[in-house]
Design a protein around this ligand. Structure first.
Ligand code: GDP
Ligand code: MG
Length: 323
């Protein structure tokens, strides 16, 4: 039995499928590099460096990975190219296990979708730029919590686009959870306030608030998120318990830039990286896990209700680098 056998077959299949493009891209390139070669040498490592960077792992993290492999190759004197994928997998796993962010279970931030040990109600504020998948992630989360018998309330505080409110309402209907909304062009913090109020009245376990993410006006965004927080705190001083930043993995390094920008604007407690299906840039998750101390909590691997997974570094590395 291997180290990774503990995670469910179903979850693994969805993850494997979701990461297929990134994986194929990496392995196709690796196999081209090692063709006709027998040992891992400098040239192979140079090519590997390029492959990782082209998969959006990020330059700094790639350099760390290559250094590790170099050291290992030197130690072992002779390394067969056939072992390259295994070495890569092991070294990336080691690197991620050494860095500062822990997987959710160990981080003190609530693990998975289980809410037994959470304060009640637990208020989750979801932030991120337009189109990254905030509303979809909220819908998927609502489904996961609801499925486990939790009372969920959603708040439509992205009031800048008509479609945003409707989209959340649609998710609410699909999942079977109430959505608090005041329509378009209304005050987001008033929506947030009413959502928390309603959540408390109905004894909700979890309250999730959708927001608009207009990053081009940094000061506005900061003010707006600050106002939402203050208004919610009037009602529930310890809220929000978590601010989650959603990033679109298919934008590669752009997602990294957004993470840097958002962490300057507001305190972020967790990350969700979406759209890993259908992109060859899935390596970005490795770079983000390495660079940020904030844990990646969930990953989106499709548009459907069940296409959200609790992120686990080792499962991810195993899925990505195992042929
Ligand atoms: P928002 O503006 O941040 O709220 O983003 P939306 O939730 O509206 O999502 C924008 C688009 O991305 C929609 O078409 C979603 O269906 C799609 N989307 C969100 N998450 C995923 C994902 O994990 N995989 C794929 N393939 N599409 C996703
Ligand atoms: Mg939205």
């Amino acid at each position: 039995m291997g180290l990774f056998d503990f995670f469910s077959k179903e979850k693994k299949e969805t993850l494997d499928k979701g990461l297929e493009k990134t994986k194929t891209n990496i392995f196709d390139k690796i196999s081209r590099v090692i063709v006709g070669k027998s040992k891992v040498d400098e040239e192979v490592l140079d090519e590997l460096e390029e492959i990782l960077i082209s998969s959006d792992v990020g330059v700094e993290t790639t350099v760390k990975i290559i250094r590790r492999i170099e050291a290992r190759v030197e130690r072992d004197k002779y390394t067969n190219v056939q072992e390259l994928d295994q070495i890569l997998r092991e070294e990336v796993a080691e690197l991620l296990s050494e860095n500062n962010s822990h997987d959710i279970k160990a981080s003190g931030i609530p693990y998975s979708y289980e809410t037994e040990h959470l304060p009640k109600p637990y208020v989750l504020l979801v932030v991120g730029v337009n189109g990254v998948g905030k509303t979809t992630t909220i819908g998927k989360l609502a489904h996961q919590f609801h499925k486990r018998g939790k009372k969920v309330v959603l708040g439509a505080a992205d009031t800048f686009r008509a479609a945003a409110v409707d989209q959340l309402k649609l998710w609410g209907e699909r999942v079977g959870v109430p959505v608090i909304e005041h329509g378009m062009n209304t005050d987001p913090s008033a929506v947030a306030f009413d959502t928390v109020k309603k959540g408390m009245e109905m004894g909700a376990d979890i309250i999730i608030i959708d927001t608009a993410g207009r990053l081009h006006t940094k000061v506005n965004l900061m003010n707006e998120l600050g106002k939402i927080k203050r208004v919610v705190q009037k009602f529930l001083p310890e809220a929000p318990h978590e601010v989650m930043l959603v990033l679109d993995g298919s934008t590669g390094q752009n997602a990294v830039i957004q993470a840097r920008e958002f962490t300057k604007v507001t305190e972020i407690n967790s990350l969700t990286i979406t759209k890993l299906d259908g992109t060859a840039k899935g390596g970005v998750v490795i770079g983000i896990s390495d660079e940020f101390k904030i844990p990646v909590k969930y990953i989106g691997v499709g548009e459907k209700m069940d296409d959200l997974q609790v992120f686990n570094k080792m499962e991810f590395v195993d899925s990505l680098f195992k042929k």
